[in-house]
Design a protein around this ligand. Structure first.
Ligand SMILES: [Cu+2]
Length: 149
């Protein structure tokens, strides 16, 4: 009789634990499903607000994926500048009026391309550089680890 009673209690406890576990799992599952959704791949439009000033571009490094349409809205914070990416045939004059200028192009090639200032803007003009980093089109395999410099 005594053992029987203990058994019932143990079974009850087990069932309670099982119920709690099921509830917990049920609560976790939707989050896991959301996280499992793959990121959209393929070409898209990447827009950047770029500020040119003596003697830098901000942000200095723009990262896109091959095939992306890149839209840059460029403003000058001080004087006249230019923004060129020779390798991709991009060139735009950035007026000193702070008026934004827009330049749109396709990131047709993967690689790292220099962004330079095309209008003489002072003693640091020649070192006024940025980078456009065009990653290869999204691979099916997991992305390679990012290299840092
Ligand atoms: Cu310049």
């Amino acid at each position: 009789m005594g053992t029987r009673c203990l058994w019932d209690r143990a079974t009850g406890r087990l069932m309670l634990v099982a119920l709690c576990l099921a509830a917990a799992l049920g609560g976790v599952a939707p989050t896991a499903e959301l996280r499992a959704q793959p990121e959209p791949t393929g070409p898209s439009v990447k827009t950047f607000e770029v500020t040119a000033s003596r003697f830098k571009f901000e942000p200095a490094v723009l990262e896109v994926t091959k095939g992306d349409t890149v839209v840059l809205t460029v403003r000058s914070a001080d004087t006249i500048h230019g923004l060129t990416i020779k390798a991709l045939g991009v060139k735009v004059i950035v007026p000193k009026t702070h008026e934004p200028v827009e330049v749109r192009f396709e990131a047709a090639r993967a690689g790292t391309f220099e962004i330079a200032c095309s209008e003489y803007c002072g003693s640091g003009h020649r070192r006024m550089k940025g980078q456009l980093v065009v990653a290869p089109a999204a691979p099916a395999a997991p992305a390679a680890p990012k290299t840092t410099r």
